[in-house]
Design a protein around this ligand. Sequence first.
Ligand code: ZN
Length: 410
Amino acid sequence: MASVLVSAERLIDGRGGDPVPDAGVLVEDGLIAWVGPVAAAPDADERIALAGTLLPGFIDAHVHFALPGGGLDLGKLLVEPPPVRVLKIAAAMGATLRAGVTTVRDLGFLGPSLAALTDATPAPRLLNAIAMLSSTGGHGDFPLPPGLDPAGLLALLDVRAAIADGPDAVTRMARELMRDGADVLKVAATGGISTPADGPDDEGFTLAELRAIVEVAAARGRTVAAHAIGTAGIATALDAGVHSIEHGFGLTPDLAAQMASQGTFLVPTLTVMAQTGDPAVLGQEVYEKAARWRDRLQGALRLAMDAGVRIATGTDAGLGSHHGANLGELAHLESMGLSPMAAIVAGTSTAAAVCGLESEVGTLEPGKRADLVVAAGNPLDDLTTLTDPDSITLVLQNGKVVKQKSSATA
Ligand SMILES: [Zn+2]
């Protein structure tokens, strides 16, 4: 297979060190064979030399491809013809990839047959949770419109309900999800901001239930991502040994210290919270609830940073934001006090570690998969060169060009 040298005005390798000027990556057989200054580059069959900045492909550790973005309208979703829905999900996958996101974790609503779309359409590498494990009346227990046959409807939509109570039942449910292809398990450790039957201060599962899920996941090499907003649910999820806390707005200094010492990741999903500012969209009650938690974001992020918690990018894309705007999360992280370089690390090497893929993706190092992104400008001066998909001029996945803007050649 032909080797390709991809180079740009500067290279940021995803590990947090200084950018390397006029540097490139040699791609061979889908992998990175060499990284360094262009002047010292080995011979290549082909060269792609671009203006701007060469970076690792980005990773969004929290998306929902099966949700359309722009506010969740369950009624509309239920009447959408399945072929239309399939094409919209394929479009969401393509838009995400073209935005420079070459790997995602989908944390719910994408059933196994929809996940198989990634074999047939341009899409990020996918780790799929299939569904969110939830207790009865918990965050994942959605009431369906009356008069509908839930089993038939969910099967048609390829949406899995994963409601279980007690350690034995949650163990079985977790095993069923893994049997059906779950790469990661998602649990509702607290209620949500918009769920009718419980709220962020309510705990979704007991410690015994969460421990059972973590144990059965670990036995099969999977990790557990916990939706956890309120303090009590975060504490229980941490005691159970979950791998990542999603949202985490109710963090305290003690819990931040526990996360740092246990190596638990925080995926703060600032993008979805930034979209809870409109009472007309959400309704007054949900809007007020969201506003109370939004006020705690900055403090939670500060505690996490001070304690040394590893923070990773996740957007909740599909729930609030449209697919393909994923790297806006980097600018939100910057607005919370991370440096542009720290935000890039959150979106590359740290997010790779959240996915358990740190030996394969997330940095530009020899031996890793050749997932590469070129952005037109310098993100260390201005992150909008990453957050605007139009300024992403080149995307390679496994060494294959999946997007190239021809006008961008230097
Ligand atoms: Zn989510």
